[in-house]
Design a protein around this ligand. Structure first.
Ligand code: SF4
Length: 267
């Protein structure tokens, strides 16, 4: 008789086994938040929650894997990197309560894809319009640098989430080279045909994948990650971020507001 005992959340095989059993994005999110498959990241997310940052010393940190955020039938996905130790790992919602999220949600609001320009906590009322934000690594990594092994261990969650989003998905804005390198093989394994040579990451890079079955297409748009470092060095400006999100919205056939050009912002 086959062993039907579900794997324990701390088991290395848990992500693949639990993700494949999820029949909806909600089920996937519920299973994901119990995951303990990466010992280093589990230790870091919990240590961060114990030590805290002085500004948040009276808050209880989430200290678990952070699921994606946004409607499960979104035609546009944004793929970032991983939760921030004192952002998503504190608030329990990706890009919420940190500088990267401040930049991202302000830009999403500006182009009409978010209900408000700020994200402070899970009960703040923020809604995304036709956009689902997710990431290749769901636990905060030390120094914002997950290892290759951690990325690979977390991969089944991303693969399953994209499969569940797939019926409505038309475009993905890929925020950063790490996400780009992670996403391409996941999409290839899911049956999307990649152009040869493989498209290189860059801000504004675009490529279109075709499905090996049927006539479907999926557009990818590369964009620099709105990290505090990229924004403070102006490697990525607010205007550039708005433009790449708007481009994703157009390719996903979402109603969006053309990005404004703020004369106060150097582009
Ligand atoms: Fe699980 Fe992913 Fe967190 Fe690793 S990074 S513990 S696979 S949710």
């Amino acid at each position: 008789m086959p062993d039907t005992t579900p794997p324990a959340p701390e088991a290395a095989g848990f992500p693949a086994a639990a993700a494949s059993e999820a029949r909806s994005v909600a089920e996937l999110d519920a299973a994901l938040t119990t995951c303990r498959a990466c010992p280093r990241l589990v230790a870091w997310r919990e240590e961060t929650a114990r030590v805290k940052r002085p500004a948040f010393v009276d808050q209880e940190y989430w200290a678990r894997p952070v699921p994606g955020f946004g409607p499960p039938d979104a035609p546009l996905a944004l793929v970032g990197l991983a939760p921030a130790a004192h952002g998503g790992n504190r608030t329990g919602r990706i890009f919420t309560g940190d500088a990267s999220g401040d930049a991202l949600f302000a830009a999403l609001y500006d182009v009409g894809l978010a209900s408000r320009p700020t994200a402070t906590h899970r009960g703040d009322g923020l809604r995304l319009h036709g956009v689902r934000v997710t990431m290749p690594v769901h636990c905060a990594p030390p120094g914002n640098r997950p290892t290759t092994a951690e990325r690979d261990t977390c991969r089944p969650w991303l693969a399953r989430e994209l499969a569940l989003l797939s019926p409505a998905l038309r475009a993905v804005v890929v925020l950063g080279g790490f996400a780009w390198q992670t996403l391409l093989p996941v999409l290839a394994d899911a049956g999307w045909q990649l152009p040869r040579p493989r498209p290189a990451f860059g801000h504004g890079a675009e490529t279109t994948l075709t499905s090996s079955v049927g006539q479907r297409t999926l557009h990818l748009v590369g964009g620099y990650h709105p990290s505090q470092r990229n924004m403070s060095t102006r490697t990525l400006t607010p205007a550039q971020l708005r433009e790449v999100l708007f481009r994703g919205a157009v390719l996903a056939r979402l109603p969006a507001v053309p990005p404004r050009r703020d004369p106060q912002e150097a582009t």
